[in-house]
Structures are given as C-alpha cells and as structure tokens.
Write a protein that binds this ligand. Structure first.
Ligand code: NAD
Length: 317
C-alpha cells in the first residue's frame, strides 16, 4: 500500500554514467529513489554525492535475479554500455539484458508499475538506411563480438512488447544513440571520453579506421529530459522511440572539435577498425518531437565544454 505522495522510482544500473544522472534528476523532482546496481561497470563514486539524501537508497543487486520491492516506476538501465565492458563477459551481458528485462517486467507486472527500457541504436546494427527510423528492423550480425549486446537488447525489446500484449504492462521503450557527459568511465573505449582523456593528457588521439565513419552525440542532460518525458507520456505511447542528437560528425571532426577546446600537441593516429563497427549512425527523431515534444538543446561544442571541464577535474589536471 502506498502511504506517501512521493513516487517510488527504481533505477537499475543507477550507479552507471546515465543512471547516476537519472537518480539525481529523480531526486531533484521530489521522488523516492531506489538505485539498484551490481557495480559491474558503475561505481559508488558516481552516486556518493546522493548518499546523504534520505530519499535515496542504494541496493547492491544483480538484475539477473528476481527483485521484490514496492515501486511505481522502473527505469531499466542495468547493462554495461561500452564495448570494452560488455565484451569482457559477453554471456553475462546477454543474461543482464534478457534475464534483467524478464525480472524487471515481472516486477512491473506485480506492482502495476510503468517501466522504461533503455534500449539502444545498436538494435539497428550496421544500418543500411540512413538516418535510422524506428520502423527500420536493423542489420545485425547474430554471431559477432557485438552480438551479446545488440541481440540481448533486441530480445529485451521483444520481451517488453510481449509483456504489453500478454499482461498489459505499461511499457516505454527508448532507443538511445551515443550519449556523453560527466561520469563517463575515463578509459572504457567510448569515443568522446577516449578522445578527451587523450587530448588532456597530451597523448595522440586514436582513431579506428580512416575516421570518416560518423556518429551523433547527445549530451546526457538532454537524454535524461527525453527519459522523463517518455515516462510521463500517455499509456498509448510505448515506443520504440529514438532519443539522440541528429547532428552527425565524423570521428575526425569530433577529434578536431575536442582539440580546439583542449589545445595541446596531440596528433591523430589511425588504427584498424574493429569487427562489425557501424559506419554511420544518426537518429531520425520525428517520433520524439511528435509524441514527447522533445529535441536536444545542447550542441556539441557546449556539451564538450562541460564534459572536458569534468574530466579535467577528474584527472586533477
Ligand atoms: N551511454 C550511451 O551512449 C548509451 C547508448 C545506448 C544505450 N545505452 C543504454 O543505457 C544504459 C546505461 O548506459 P551507461 O552509458 O550509463 O552505461 P554504464 O556501463 O555506465 O552503466 C550501466 C550500469 O548498469 C550496471 N549493471 C550492469 N550489469 C548489471 C546487472 N546485471 N545488475 C545490476 N546492475 C548492472 C553497471 O554496474 C552500471 O552501473 C544501458 O542499458 C545502455 O545499454 C547507453
């Protein structure tokens, strides 16, 4: 039985990069927040500043195992997001996506709670259409080194829609495109943090391939606003909905934008492209604009400035 007016919000993966920003936003909005994490790729440092808040609770738990708590809303973010992390224990990655989704959907069903899935642009694989619309079914290798993540996330989406059809669970599925900001892991191989850390240390900047492959980069605050709007949307709005920044940059352009702000002598060095690395990525955000009245507000230079400031402090430079 619910006895407080505060919404009880569960954030799985709450000690990770995006999860920690979401926990912070949920507390600022006056909610009672339960952060669940097994610290596979997240850290207590990301949420240490929230620990004194009486409406914040941290639970060490692996979502591959059932969880019995009373909650009103669930944001399911638990899953390592960077290739370095998700490929270091690929079986655990698939388990986290699939068993984690089943357990959290079961919890949502029992609580009659709304549940949002942090899905990914990786469900589109190496896309043959550009930009990617939600109606595109994707081009994914089932047996490659990225498959544990891509197929795990695809199966999780299937589970979300079957729980909707079979049990009328109130689901929300967002497909996140590359997002960056403070509290990214400094050396987990994600391109924005990689380039910034290398530039700040005065090291050469490593570009995989010839640097002409493109990505779009969304600043974390914009993304979290998209999550909140999605959760607040009408029951009929289930997604999947792309959340990302449609600005598209080559790896060389990104490196140059970072070097312009950091300065220094770093040179660009080129290494072979990893297996199955997508050549192009850009979200079509028509649905997010239409259903959520959402679009990103922070451009790449402004977002990089904040992120560089964070890493300067983090590396004590
Ligand atoms: N950051 C991005 O650009 C991006 C893009 C697409 C999708 N996503 C999705 O958003 C979510 C958050 O990503 P992130 O960038 O914050 O990654 P992250 O690795 O920083 O955070 C993931 C968190 O989940 C936790 N976790 C992993 N396995 C778990 C398990 N079995 N049980 C409990 N906790 C577990 C980790 O310890 C970590 O704190 C992920 O689901 C990811 O797939 C992120």
């Amino acid at each position: 039985m619910k006895v407080s007016n505060r919404k009880r919000v569960l954030v799985t993966g709450g000690a990770g990069f995006l999860g920690s920003h979401l926990c912070e936003r949920m507390l600022n909005d006056g909610n009672d927040v339960l952060c669940v994490d097994n610290f596979y790729s997240g850290t207590k440092d990301n949420i240490a500043h929230l620990m004194g808040n009486p409406y914040f609770e941290l639970m060490r738990h692996d979502v591959c195992f059932p969880l019995h708590v009373e909650v009103d809303e669930i944001y399911n973010l638990a899953c390592p997001a960077s290739p370095v992390h998700y490929q270091s224990d690929p079986i655990q990655t698939t388990k986290t996506s699939v068993l984690g989704a089943m357990n959290m959907l079961g919890l949502a069903k029992r609580n009659k709670a709304k549940i949002l899935q942090a899905s990914t642009s990786e469900v589109y694989g190496d896309p043959e259409v550009h930009p990617q619309k939600e109606s595109y079914w994707g081009h994914v290798n089932t047996i490659g080194i990225r498959s544990c993540y891509d197929e795990g996330k695809r199966c999780a989406e299937t589970l979300f829609f079957d729980y909707k059809r079979q049990h009328d669970v109130d689901i929300k599925v967002v497909r996140i495109f590359n997002t960056y900001g403070s509290r990214m892991h400094p050396n987990d191989g994600r391109v924005v943090s990689n380039f910034i850390v290398q530039a700040l240390r005065g090291e050469d900047i490593t570009i995989y391939g010839d640097g002409s492959q493109t990505r779009s980069f969304c600043f974390a605050d914009d993304l979290i606003e998209g999550f909140v709007r999605m959760m607040a949307s009408d029951k009929g709005v289930t997604g999947p909905i792309n959340i990302g920044n449609p600005g598209e940059f080559t790896m060389i352009e990104l490196a140059q934008a970072i070097l312009k702000q950091v300065g220094g002598q770093s040179k660009l060095v080129f290494k072979p492209l990893p297996q199955d690395d997508p050549k192009q990525r850009r979200p079509d955000i028509t649905l997010a604009k239409h259903h959520l009245n959402w679009e990103p507000k922070i451009n790449l230079d402004a977002g990089l400035e904040k992120t560089i400031a964070y890493f300067k402090k983090f590396l004590a430079l």
